[in-house]
Design a protein around this ligand. Structure first.
Ligand code: F6P
Length: 364
């Protein structure tokens, strides 16, 4: 293959702190180190389907390192392999991936850098199989992507959640309440685990370890008996009771993953109040966790990932995702990265260490 001359960047799925830092690093490396032309698709795969993009010069990506969100816009409803169409018969889905390949060809692109989570990177993998030159960058606050030790955005989400729980701590203490704080994370408990540990949560509930209400209630009562008249319960949105199901807040049919989780902490608050007689309050942190400026470690990781993605493009190496392994940025096979979700193992060292110091995970 001749030297890549023209590349595009696309950001898909939920926004995430550090996306702009990746865009900046990819574009600057491509332009300044390799003399390439760079364009950015608008609103994720929607832009690729409808051929909506804009040229990115060095000035366009300058000053965005610390900016939250994505300057390109994003969408989690525009899957070219399952493109939603609203008609008189309701919602139907069409495969418009050939149109996407045509648009890519029309723009004379040599490669596409997809900054996304498992949904967007699975689409990227599908396009790769159709012959597109794709490089992926692992983006998600959930940290649930395989083949990388960590995704960018996760550290900021943990920081934001920790800061919020720290604030809730003082009200819990003053009012002698059980405060439940619900974090994001989808089917993985990484955010709840890290923020729960960092903020000194008394009970931490994650999807990977279904909980027993009695175990949680015992912990709350035991704390009261010992003079601690409050408890902090950190609940991942995907947490579920033993033998029970996750709580789905809404279903978005057009989305790559239609389920939106949320609401488990409200159900649990009612149950704990009934069991213990202690007053409970609920805070759902929601999108606060992924908004705003990225923490320094995410800015650094995003920059490393972005530079490495542009290097792979320049070397003509595709079907890969940049990943962090043992503090080194390395290329991994895109298909392996999206093959399954990276969940928290119940024997994770952080869980074992915190169980040893009395933190309750609702399981025993
Ligand atoms: O994947 C990121 C994430 O923030 C999840 O933690 C959460 O379940 C979901 O996206 C929320 O999606 P939306 O922004 O569509 O409500």
């Amino acid at each position: 293959m001749s030297k890549p001359k023209r590349i595009a960047i696309l950001t898909g799925g939920g926004d995430c702190p550090g996306i702009n830092a990746v865009i900046r690093a990819v574009a600057k490396t491509a332009i300044m180190k390799y003399g390439m032309e760079v364009t950015g698709y608008r609103d994720g795969f929607w832009g690729l389907i409808h051929d909506k993009h804009r040229c990115l010069d060095v000035e366009d990506v300058s000053g965005i390192l610390t900016l939250g969100g994505t300057i390109l816009g994003t969408s989690n409803r525009a899957n070219p392999f399952r493109h939603p169409q609203k008609g008189p018969q309701g919602l139907s889905f069409q495969d418009v991936s050939d149109q996407v390949m045509e648009n890519y060809g029309k723009q004379k692109l040599d490669a596409l850098v997809v900054i996304g989570g498992d949904g967007s990177l699975s689409i990227a993998q599908g396009l790769c199989q159709k012959g597109m030159n794709v490089v992926g960058v692992p983006k998600t606050i959930d940290n649930d992507l395989c083949e990388t030790d960590v995704t960018f955005g996760y550290a900021t989400a943990v920081f934001n959640a920790t800061e919020a729980i720290d604030k809730i701590h003082s009200t819990a203490q003053s009012h002698h309440r059980v405060m439940l704080v619900e974090t994001m994370g989808r089917y993985a408990g990484w955010i709840a685990l890290a923020a729960g540990v960092a903020s000194g949560g008394d009970v931490i509930l994650i999807p990977e370890m279904p909980y027993d209400l009695e175990v949680i209630s015992q912990k709350v009562c035991e704390r009261s008996r010992k003079g601690k008249r409050f408890s902090i319960v950190v609940v991942a949105e995907g947490a579920k009771p033993r033998g029970g199901e996750m709580v789905v807040d809404r279903v978005i049919e057009e989305s790559t993953d239609p389920w939106r989780l949320g609401g488990i902490s409200r159900n649990l608050a009612v149950d704990i109040e009934k069991e213990t007689g202690q007053e409970c309050r609920v805070t759902v942190l929601g999108h606060l966790q992924r908004g705003g400026t990225p923490v320094p470690s995410d800015r650094i990781l995003a920059t490393r990932f972005g530079c490495a993605a542009a290097d792979l493009v320049a070397e003509g190496r595709f079907g890969l995702m940049v990943a962090l392994k043992n503090d080194r940025v390395v290329p991994v096979e895109l298909d392996k990265a999206v093959a399954k979700q990276k969940l928290v193992p119940p024997d994770h060292p952080l869980i074992l260490a915190n169980k040893a110091i009395g933190v309750c995970f609702g399981d025993e």
